[in-house]
Design a protein. Structure first.
Length: 521
């Protein structure tokens, strides 16, 4: 069957058995090598290759199972046929479990022996052929890969002129595959402040946005690459490796890149444009604030003018009734309530005058909070439905600033808290003040619906709101409406004083606004 005779190794301590088996196998055309000990067998296995090994499972100088396992650990894959006595059949079965090809039970029948040896030799031949075929396959594959690499190189050279046009483009171009950038032109690297070696196959678009926004963007990119959406238009707030923040406009579409699905995109830096828009919005807010302050002042003056005279008449008549009938309780109650109305009107007038003034003054924050809370009692939901907890620290340092900046900011934050508690089972507003050697700490807490984590970074952005827009239909509903200007106004008014903001919120539990307000000792 083969030009080279199959070589058989026989290991047995009985010389008669060795001679008998050798004669039988050589008659069948096999080359036979015999060994009487494990040491000789190891030497033969190290020197030559065999097509099959016949092994007496039990020899005086070594354990057959250990010998088989040692041979296997050396990488020898030659089929092993164990020879065992009838009393050692369990040992033969154990040998089968560790990978022995077959076993023979003494006394050995010639026909059975020859058949098992033929099977073992054939098995070894097929294994060697399979290994040779696999080597040839690897060789052909390497040759094919070299040919493909050569063709790819030629293709890349032919595409060089087109790539150079993309490289010199004034807009950023990139390709994303498996979540990472696989190509970026010079402009894209410039926008993201990166060298290509820093990013290719190492970073993706998700690495340049805040962690709480990554999952939403990842899903959008996956939908695009899956073909669920044809293209994407995105505006991202990117955070670069050096901490710089940029606003990027992106357009992304699905493509085939190197025969695999990928995303191709273009990107431009619109940070300057966004800053100009914010500046324009701030100017509009300042103008709106000025108009609002003027309106409050005019309203306060009008209220005082229209109410003071009739209240004075009521007060005078009540005094006359009290003079005529000192024992009557009703005139006394009328006088108490008219005095209360006069105090409320004076509070409104004082607020209007202070809101109109553009001068800085010394402000008692605790007193301002009490007046604003009293003023807010005009809101019946606030007055009757919300529990108020005031924890105002005595001896609070004065703030030097414009009264309207702080009163309007406080009003806007509390207004948001009121809106957040419309649907809450527990409605509690807690306002506390404290101070250290540098700052006054003002905290405003509500038990409202809370703010979603992905919305927290944007709550101070102009026109950002999760409420209904103030349309006529929305105004008639019992749900709060908003324009997205309240908190942006707070930031605009208080940042010039060095005020720092910290917002902690849990969905379904509530929100706490903390303001650190610097003061002059």
């Amino acid at each position: 069957m083969h030009k080279i005779k199959p070589r058989i190794l026989i290991i047995d301590d009985d010389r008669d058995i060795l001679d008998t088996l050798q004669t039988l196998l050589e008659t069948e055309g096999y080359e036979v090598v015999t060994c009487e000990s494990g040491r000789e067998a190891r030497e033969q296995i190290e020197k030559a290759l065999f097509s099959a090994i016949l092994l007496d499972i039990y020899l005086p100088d070594f354990d057959g199972l250990d010998f088989i396992q040692q041979v296997q650990m050396q990488g020898v894959q030659t089929p092993v046929v164990v020879i065992t006595g009838s009393s050692e059949i369990e040992m033969a079965r154990k040998a089968i479990k560790i990978g022995v090809f077959d076993y023979l039970v003494k006394p050995i029948k010639n026909r059975q022996l020859l058949q098992i040896v033929r099977n073992a030799v054939t098995h070894n031949f097929l294994r060697e052929e399979r290994e040779n075929l696999e080597k040839q396959k690897r060789m052909y594959q390497e040759q094919l890969e070299k040919m493909v690499a050569q063709k790819t190189l030629e293709l890349e050279e032919s595409e060089y002129k087109y790539k150079s046009l993309v490289e010199q483009s004034l807009i950023g171009v990139f390709v994303i595959q498996d979540g990472n950038f696989h190509y970026m032109n010079s402009k894209a690297c410039e926008i993201l402040n990166l060298e290509p070696v820093q990013v290719l196959n190492k970073k993706g678009l998700l690495d340049f946005i805040r962690k709480n926004e990554r999952e939403a963007l990842r899903q959008k990119l996956q939908d695009c690459i899956d073909g669920k959406t044809h293209n994407l238009q995105l505006k991202l707030n990117a955070v670069l490796d050096d901490g710089t923040e940029k606003v990027l406009q992106l357009w992304i579409a699905r493509i085939q890149y190197q025969k695999q699905p990928a995303l191709e995109g273009i990107v431009i830096d619109i940070s300057e444009q966004v800053e100009l828009q914010k500046h324009e919005q701030m100017l509009k807010l300042q103008l709106m604030s000025a108009h609002k302050m003027a309106a409050i002042g005019n309203l306060a003056a009008g209220i005082a003018h229209n109410l003071n005279n009739p209240i004075s008449v009521i007060q005078a008549n009540a005094e006359l009734l009290h003079y005529k009938n000192p024992e009557a309780k009703e005139p006394e109650r009328i006088l108490e309530q008219t005095q209360r109305m006069i105090e409320l009107i004076n509070t409104i007038v004082m607020k209007g005058h202070r809101e109109q003034r553009q001068l800085r003054e010394s402000i008692d924050l605790n007193q301002l909070i009490r007046r604003e809370m009293e003023f807010l009692n005009a809101n019946l939901f606030f007055k009757h439905k919300i529990e108020k907890v005031m924890q105002l620290k005595d001896g609070l340092p004065k703030i030097h600033g414009q009264y309207s900046d702080f009163s309007q900011s406080l009003n806007n934050i509390i207004d948001n808290a009121i809106h957040a508690m419309y649907q809450s089972s527990v409605k509690r507003l807690t306002i506390s003040t404290d101070f250290d050697d540098q700052n006054i700490i003002l905290k405003i807490s509500d038990t409202g619906q809370g703010i979603e984590p992905q919305h927290l970074p944007h709550i101070f952005d102009p026109f950002f709101t999760t409420k209904q827009p103030p349309t006529e239909v929305a105004k008639k509903s019992d749900q709060p409406v908003g324009s997205g200007l309240g908190l942006s106004m707070v930031k605009m008014l208080l940042e010039p004083y060095g005020v720092r903001f910290d917002v902690q919120s849990k969905v379904g539990q509530g929100t706490t606004f903390s303001l650190l307000i610097p003061y002059k000792s």
